[in-house]
Design a protein around this ligand. Structure first.
Ligand code: DC
Length: 221
């Protein structure tokens, strides 16, 4: 199977690029951040403090997370309920980052991710795809952008969904999440040695897409 890994910090343009790549080469897109977000939502719904590792791990076995593709779009289900919209609430971002520090949470999700990647040609986006989930992926791309650009993008994205959040709050949150995601002990956010870095700060969506298509096209002949 051909697997493409796209990693990078929040707001670097991973999901936009991954969706476009999936469409271009007619392969599956697996948004792994959505999986961590779903675990975070499950904990929130059960009033479990995501900082309390013991309680999170105890509840983890009861979390029934499923991934389904509807008209080629990934949907996440929690106990049979489609929560794809609920996981996009802004407060879930930081909860997901915190819950993702827990090793057993990562183990559970990484196992699902590897299974999907072993059965499908796919592009996966996340933080640790190139370094930990699929170290032998055909192509690894690491996207970066300045925190200011990323906060601006996040503001626009949330506004499109009718959610207004102050730019300064988003900037602070992005910096806090970068720090937490890149300093955790197990499978942190990190560029793989063999990943190709693209700085999207001054790129249009099309610029980044073209660069990535150039890199990926040789695998789809
Ligand atoms: O990509 P995102 O913003 O939806 O991800 C939410 C959080 O999930 C992110 O801050 C860290 C965590 N995450 C992770 O640890 N590993 C991944 N492969 C994907 C996301």
């Amino acid at each position: 199977m051909i697997n493409i890994a796209i990693d990078g910090p929040a707001g670097s343009g991973k999901s936009t690029l991954a969706k476009n790549i999936a469409k271009e080469f007619n392969i599956l897109y697996l948004d792994t951040g959505a999986m961590y977000r779903t675990i975070a939502l499950a904990m929130k719904q059960n009033n479990i403090d995501v900082n309390n590792e013991k309680l999170v791990v105890e509840h983890l076995n009861k979390v029934n997370l499923e991934i389904k593709y509807i008209n080629s779009a990934q949907h996440v289900f929690l106990d049979g309920v489609d929560v794809s919209k609920d996981i996009r609430a802004n407060e879930i971002s930081m909860l997901a980052s915190t819950v993702s520090k827990i090793k057993l949470v990562r183990k559970k999700l990484v196992e699902m991710q590897r299974k999907i990647a072993s059965q499908n040609d796919c592009v996966l986006d996340g933080r640790d795809i190139g370094t930990y989930v699929l170290p032998s992926a055909a192509l690894k791309i690491f996207l970066i952008a300045t925190p200011e650009v990323r906060a601006k993008r996040r503001k626009e994205e949330l506004a499109q969904n009718g959610i207004e959040v102050e730019y300064d709050d988003l900037l602070n949150e992005i910096k806090a999440r970068d720090l937490q995601d890149s300093t955790r002990s197990f499978a942190p956010l990190k560029k793989a040695d063999d990943a190709i870095e693209i700085d999207t700060s001054n790129n249009t969506i099309e610029d980044t897409f073209k660069q990535a298509v150039n890199l990926a096209s040789k695998f789809f002949k």
